[in-house]
Each structure stands twice: as C-alpha cells, then as structure tokens.
Design a binder for this molecule. Structure first.
Ligand SMILES: Nc1ncnc2c1ncn2[C@@H]1O[C@H](COP(=O)(O)OP(=O)(O)OP(=O)(O)O)[C@@H](O)[C@H]1O
Length: 332
C-alpha cells in the first residue's frame, strides 16, 4: 500500500469579487460578491514509502494548498487523501503521530520559550520516551548544531537557527512521512548546504519526504522524483533524471582560448555546433546535440583544432527545463 494516495484532490476557495482600488473596496462593502477560485484542481498523487518527492511549481500554483490538504489542515472540496490508510483531516490526531510538517514561512516554536522547552513540550505531546528523545536530540545536534542555541528564546534566533530548530521539532517523534514547504527559504548558502545534507541523510534512512521549494538545488540534491504543478494541475510527474534526459537534448563546453574568440569564424569552422561569446573576449561556449555527438568526440575535435588554454563542461541545467515547463512550452 502506498504511504500517501490522493485522488482527484480539489480545493476551491471563495474569494471576494471586487474591483481594485478604493472605489472597488467601497462597492464591495455596499454589495458583497464572491467568486470561486480552484487552487488545486483534480490532483492524483501516489507516494510509496521511502520516496523523496519534490513538489514544485510557479508562485500561486497550489503547492502550499496541496500540502495543507495532504497534512489534514484543510478539507478537500472534492477528492480523497489517504496517508497510511487514514483520512488526514478527519483522523488528525492519529495522523499527527506519523507525519512531520515544516512550513518555512511559519514556526512551530513557542516564541517566548527557550528552544529546548518547545522540544520538550513536543516530546510530551507525542509521548516520545526519554531514551528516544535523548538519542534524537544528540543526532540533531550532531547534524544541525542545535546545542549552541538550545537555551535561547525562539524569538531571539536568526532565521537559519530558527529553521534548524523547527526541523528538529518536525522530526522529534520520528515521523514516517515528512512534508517540508520551503525549508531553505531565506537561508544563506552554508546553512542551505547543511540542511540539504541533513535531508538527504533522512531520506537515506528511509523517511518518506515531500518537499516544496523554489530552489532547484534543494530538489536535485534531496529528491529523486519531481512533480511539477501549474494552475492546480499536475504538469509532470516522474524521475528527475528522466526529466533531464528527456528534455535536455544539448550539452555545452566552455572554452578559454589563447586569443580573442571570433564567434562567426568559429561557426564557419564548426557548423554543426552552436557558438556563443563567453564571459570574457577569449571565452566562448559551444553547444552540441548530445544524440549526434559524444562528448569525447566534441572535445577531441575542439582541442585538436583550437588548442584551448582551458575548457570545462557545463552541467545540464534543470532550471531551464523547469522554466520551460512553467511557461507551458513542454508537455509530458
Ligand atoms: N485561504 C485562501 N483563500 C483564498 N485563496 C487562497 C487561500 N489560500 C490560497 N489561496 C489562493 O490559492 C492559490 C494557490 O496558493 P498556494 O499558496 O497554494 O500557492 P503556492 O504554489 O504555494 O505559491 P507560492 O510558491 O507563491 O508559495 C493562490 O492564488 C492563492 O491566492
């Protein structure tokens, strides 16, 4: 049985129907009108135990609403959700023991308590044994360096510290299914790296993860599968590697030449490749179709005929593919 199963999941919100500006607000006060807005529109999603799934889409696509439906915070307008066989909305208390949730924009720490006290409160709420609590805190401390701010009041924490403490709160009861909504938002690169390594370890230890993020490095480092949603509907669902292999049909090499790069002359000399000026006058990027040429073939030909000072391969970028998926240029 899958750990999570959503069928035709739909959420419609009732929103004020008013014209913009002061006049529109006044008119709405006099005669209130509403219209329905479908934020999540018939989503089917099956997640097997141990999977790490990235849930991505442009602003307003319906990601957070989906997470709220999957965690039982919101009730679907139509469709069903089952998490470990339960309806997360009607069986919220039983469900809470098996899931961990983090909304990057919000905290579940008690604002005026030391971090340690928030964790202890959660320990009691979930009925975590002393031994398990100790072992988990030791592990979080090792991977997230909690120790330094355990005695600090939540409201005094930096954003990076707060997010690490919130992750510990979300995981203190060792949930089987974890939902993280933008866990790296606003963090600096070193904290992001640390969180990603932590999440990767969590997945390697068998936790099932659903991660929403606008940061594609989070997704590539932590998840194997990607679900792209747009306007409340699934636009793509499959392995990240397959998405890349399917849509990334070209590769690129950056060359640093001895002298200035003459793009028109290079195009004439190597008409099968696309040439573009690089960051400095002596740098140039050559793009080729990976189905037609092997990288070895391309490098052999370029080094033999151009004797570059240096060269590097450009990693195919998933960003480009996602951007095109968001723009509706690609279909599954
Ligand atoms: N409680 C609500 N009442 C009315 N509309 C809502 C409500 N919650 C969300 N929406 C609307 O539903 C749509 C989807 O919102 P949601 O927060 O799920 O998007 P998102 O994909 O998480 O976006 P972002 O990447 O910007 O966080 C948006 O247009 C939003 O304004």
């Amino acid at each position: 049985m899958p750990i999570l199963e959503a069928r035709s999941l739909t959420k419609t919100f009732r929103r004020p129907d008013k014209a913009s500006g002061f006049k529109g607000a006044l008119k709405h006060l006099a005669q209130r009108k509403y219209k329905n807005y479908t934020a999540v529109d018939g989503i089917d999603l099956t997640v097997e135990a141990g999977e790490s799934v990235a849930y991505v889409g442009p602003n307003g696509a319906g990601k957070s609403t989906t997470v709220k439906l999957l965690t039982g915070i919101l009730k679907p307008t139509e469709g069903t959700v089952r998490v470990m066989g339960r309806d997360p909305h009607t069986e919220r208390i039983a469900n809470a023991h098996d899931i961990g949730v983090l909304f990057g924009q919000r905290t579940q720490l008690w604002w005026d308590l030391p971090v340690e006290e928030s964790l202890k409160l959660l320990k009691h709420m979930y009925g975590v044994s002393d031994a398990d609590y100790k072992a988990r805190i030791a592990k979080f401390d090792e991977l997230l360096d909690l120790g330094e701010f355990m005695p600090a009041l939540a409201r005094t924490l930096s954003l990076g510290q707060r997010m690490r403490a919130d992750l510990a709160c979300a995981l203190i009861h060792d949930p089987k299914m974890v939902y993280l909504d933008e866990p790296t938002i606003g963090l600096d690169i070193s904290v992001k790296d640390r969180l990603r390594a932590f999440l990767r370890e969590l997945v390697d230890d068998g936790t099932t993860l659903l991660l929403t993020s606008h940061d594609l490095a989070d997704i590539e480092e932590v998840c194997e599968r990607i679900v792209v949603i747009d306007k409340g509907k699934v636009a793509y669902d499959g392995p990240i590697a397959q998405l890349k292999a399917h849509y990334i049909t070209t590769k690129a090499v950056n060359l640093h030449l001895e002298g200035p790069a003459d793009v028109p002359a290079l195009t004439e000399k190597f008409p099968d490749f696309a040439w573009a000026a690089g960051a400095s006058p002596s740098e140039v990027t050559v793009t080729y179709e990976s189905a037609r040429f092997s990288t070895a073939e391309v490098l052999g030909s370029l080094t033999a005929r151009l004797s570059p000072r240096d060269l590097s391969l450009s990693e195919p970028s998933i960003e480009d593919v996602i951007r095109r998926l968001y723009a509706g240029e690609l279909t599954q």
